[in-house]
Structures are given as C-alpha cells and as structure tokens.
Design a protein around this ligand. Structure first.
Ligand code: ADP
Length: 405
C-alpha cells in the first residue's frame, strides 16, 4: 500500500514578518510558501505561491494572528486547501533553546513557557517566534506543533570551543556559553555535502560558510561540529548584513560610560545598524557592488570598506577553522550571499593555495543554481556551493519526532 503524502507546515516568525512553507519531507518538495511582511505597520504585504500560482495582497495587518490568517486565506485563493494537503505537523523555527531545549520537541505549554523565559538570550528572535507558536497552536489546535532549535546542532560543541574564558561561577549561574546558531543549516549542508561527494559523513572534515543576512561559519569533523562563529547570541563572529560580529567588548563599556548610551541603544546599534549596512549604507551585497562600480563618492569608498572588512573577517575565520580541523576536505558556501556572490567566494579564498584551497575561476562564475563544485580539479580541499533549505531540514526533523514519539 502506498503511504499517503505527508506535508509539514513550517513557520518562521520574526518581529515584523511571518514566513511559512508547506514541505513534503519524503520527496524533498516544497509545495507552497509565503510571507507576510511589515506586520503592525501601516501597509503590510503578503505573498503566497502554491503550485506555481502566486497571489499578493497589500493591506494593514495588525498582528501575527492576523498575519497567519491572511497567509492561509491567500493560500486558499491560490488553490491550496489546508485540509486537503495532508499536513501532519507544524514545525516552528526557534532560534535559542538555551541549555535544556535542543532536540526537536513537541510543543506544549511548558515548552512555550521555557522558550519565553529564554527571551533575554535572544531578544530579537525568541519573542516573535513564541508569538508565532501561540497563534499557530490556536489556529491549528489538532496538529502536533514541533519546535526545531537553531542552537541544537551545536549543543555538544567541545568544551574548549563552547566556553568563554570568563569567571566560571558567573558563567555557570547565568548559563553563559557559546551556543551557536544557524545549526539547522550547518547540519543540513554538511550532510548534503557528504551526499553530493558520495563520501561518508563521518570521514569528512568540513567548513560550512552560511553567508546570508545573518552569517556564521562552522568547523565540522566527521559530522560533529567542533567550532562555530556565533556565541551566546547570534551577534558574534563574522561581519553580517546589519550585525557587527566580533568586536572588542570594551567598545560597549566605552559607549555606555563615555558616550552615555543606554544599553538598549548599544544593543540595537550592534544588531541593526552595524555590519556592512553600518559601514557601507546597505546590507544587500548586490547594492554594495553597484555602489562600488558607480564610483560616486563618498558612497563608493564606504561600500568598498564595508566589503573589505567583511572579506577580511571571513578569511580570518576560514584560516582559523583550517587550523582547528588540521586537514580540511570540504569548504561549502551557502545562503543568499554564499550561493549567489561569486566575487565574495573568490575574494574569501584568493591566495589560499598554499593551505590547500584552490578555486576554479570558471566554475566559480557559473550561474548554475544547484549543488556544485567550484574548486580546481587538483585542489586538496574541495570547495562547494550548496543551496541551503532550512525549511526542508525542519520538516524532516518534524517527521523524525513523529516517528520517535
Ligand atoms: P536571511 O535568510 O539571513 O535573511 P538570505 O540567506 O536570504 O538571508 O540572504 C540574503 C542576502 O543575500 C541579501 O541581503 C543579499 O546580500 C544576498 N544576496 C541575495 N542574492 C544575491 C545575489 N544575486 N548576489 C549577491 N548577493 C545576493
């Protein structure tokens, strides 16, 4: 007898946007996706595509409850009837699981309460995600709702990589450690890389570079993460779209004490007005390249400096992880910048041939969208581009939970 098609509704809820996808994890197919943006603003925008049909609406959407309702309404308009899609679970992306929540978990009131408690650890991410969980549970009360945590993959990071060299007792009391984020993507990409190369995962040392608006790097030995660039919060590490990545913590005290900036203002500056946006005026790499090429000053020089700082930090992390792993078999680029920006990939790896990493310029420039090799044939380290698919990874985690429980 043929098994019925199983579909998972994946929800990724941010402070002013809600994204959803309908994914068939067995076939690895996404049948629908949608986004409601600018929730709570004067005019929100919603867009849903189902089976090749696209529906768009601009209307005021006051809150997350209204956003999800509108998303389902548009899905219906596009021909996707929720009741007929064989939805077996709702998967929620939760950024921070703290010390105790890491396995994909069926959500009950206790899990919601715990996730809410973790808000101080991820103030930008956890509260809106919990809101998404709450409205979806109310709207779809008969389905299992499952939380998949961004921190999960890095839960067992070796102590040497997970521990900050700060007062031990204080760190213990406040659960300060390096948690790591984008774990769903790092795990998915490392598994895809092994599959693509037809090599056993447990025999590969890999560096994964997830370069989207948020950006992080990881070093993975035999399928297990041994280091990652994000820490207690998703602010540490690489330079990002609007986040600073690594800075001297002294900057925070200096701004608080001398510039008399409130801590919320400093946090907001480091999260929303830093990174390539803070230096170059835009967080989109296409726009940075355009400004540099246009040559109008001071924008061109500012964009160039933003780009140079971004590349410099990325190269430092690649170098660090080559040393952490000793013998690196694979480096994989993924997410918006990693998948699309050949110049970033080239500049990140230029001159690394003595370290065993050699790009093939021609392959790197190829406009292909799928998983591909971009290193030179004789490069000891294989360099790949693999599109990430966090929704599929979340959907797969959900059906694994259903099989487990
Ligand atoms: P997130 O999921 O973190 O919001 P994405 O992985 O979607 O981010 O990446 C978004 C970023 O990818 C954009 O801000 C932009 O900088 C970059 N990007 C997308 N398409 C391209 C492209 N064709 N060329 C260069 N950069 C791109």
């Amino acid at each position: 007898m043929q098994r019925p098609v199983r579909t998972v509704l994946v929800i990724n809820s941010g402070s002013s946007s809600m994204k959803f996808s309908l994914v068939q994890p067995d076939a690895g197919v996404e049948v629908a996706d949608g986004i409601v943006e600018r929730i709570g603003e004067r005019e929100s925008r919603a867009e849903v595509q189902f089976d090749g049909r696209e529906v768009e609406r601009r209307a005021p959407v006051g809150d997350h409850d209204a956003a999800l309702r509108l998303a389902f309404e548009l899905l219906d308009e596009a021909g996707g009837k929720l009741d007929d899609l064989g939805i077996v679970a709702v998967g929620h992306r939760l950024v921070h699981g703290g010390r105790d929540l890491y396995r994909p978990t069926i959500i009950d009131d206790a899990v919601v309460a715990k996730a809410r408690e973790l808000a101080p650890l991820a103030p930008l991410h956890n509260p809106p995600a919990v809101l998404g969980v709450e409205v979806a549970r109310k709207m779809l009360p008969d389905l299992p709702h499952i939380a998949v945590f961004d921190t999960a993959f890095f839960h067992d990071l070796p102590a040497a990589a997970a521990t900050y060299a700060i007062d031990r007792d204080l760190a213990e009391q406040w659960r300060i450690r390096r948690y790591g984020f984008h774990g769903t993507s790092h795990q998915y990409i490392s598994e895809q890389a092994a599959e693509f190369l037809d090599r056993p995962l447990d025999q590969l040392n890999q560096i994964v570079l997830h370069l989207g608006n948020g950006a992080s790097a990881s070093a993975i030995a035999g399928g297990r993460p041994v280091d990652t660039s994000m820490g207690l919060t998703p602010m540490e590490g690489l330079v990002m779209g609007t986040r600073s990545g690594d800075i001297d913590p002294g900057i925070v005290f200096y701004l608080a004490r001398t510039a008399k900036l409130p801590v919320e203002e400093i946090e907001s500056m480091l999260n929303r007005r830093s990174g390539v946006y803070g230096l170059g005026g835009d967080n989109d790499f296409r726009e940075l390249h355009r400004m540099i090429a246009a040559g109008a000053e001071p924008e061109a020089s500012q964009a160039q400096l933003a780009y140079d700082v971004y590349i410099h930090r990325l190269r430092k992390y690649i170098g660090a992880y080559l040393a952490v792993l000793g013998d690196t078999h694979v480096i994989t680029f993924t997410a918006g910048v990693g998948e699309n920006d050949a110049k970033v990939r080239r500049d990140a790896l230029t001159g690394l041939a003595p370290l065993g990493v050699e790009l093939d310029e021609h392959l790197n420039e190829s406009p292909s969208r799928g998983a591909r090799v971009i290193s030179a044939e004789n490069s000891p380290t294989t360099v790949l581009v693999i599109p990430t698919d966090e929704e599929l990874a979340i959907a797969r985690a959900c059906v694994a939970v259903l099989a487990r429980d």
